[in-house]
Design a binder for this molecule. Structure first.
Ligand code: FES
Length: 162
């Protein structure tokens, strides 16, 4: 499907890289641009194009927080709860956030606005609790957060929807 839908872009991507497998990131980006996440079929297609194992491609998708293998709401709220952040209360923060928003980790609010995700280190370990908020390609970082500040942000996002 990718090759069928984007032959010129794929040709241009391959032209930039002397080694085929180096094109994996832009090809994943291209696949994600379609639906907001990367479907299994696209990973298989990319793996075949690059002569990689599909598990290698899936591992890249799994490693980077900017790639997604599942559909989500308009915003992805990605909270780091890796050990250094957990020591600064990120686990409790995430638990309370889920309670306040009314979803479990990985779920999306019924209005389709926010998906809560847990992620590994975002590079701000001394400023936890923190999360990144993704809307398509746009990412904002929110550090030294608490539930009150976060719910204010959620309310603002909800109001902007109306
Ligand atoms: S461990 Fe959470 S930002 Fe580094």
């Amino acid at each position: 499907m990718l090759a069928e839908n984007h032959p010129d872009e794929i040709k241009a991507i391959f032209a930039k890289y002397p080694v085929k497998r180096s094109a994996v990131m832009p090809l994943l980006y291209l696949a994600q641009r379609e639906e907001g996440y990367i479907q299994k079929e696209s990973m298989q297609e990319i793996a075949a194009m690059l002569e990689l194992d599909v598990t290698e491609v899936a591992a890249i998708v799994g490693f980077y927080t900017m790639y997604h293998d599942e559909k989500a709401g308009k915003y992805r709220m990605q909270v780091c709860n890796d050990l250094p952040c957990a020591l600064r209360g990120a686990d409790k923060f995430l638990e309370h956030l889920c309670e306040n928003i009314g979803v479990k980790i990985g779920e999306t609010t019924p209005d389709g606005l926010i998906t809560i995700e847990e992620v590994k280190c975002l590079g701000g370990c001394d400023r936890a609790p923190l999360f990144q908020l993704q809307q398509g390609d746009k990412v904002t970082y929110h550090e030294n957060m608490n539930i009150d500040k976060t719910m204010e942000l959620v309310d603002a996002l909800r109001k902007a929807q109306e």
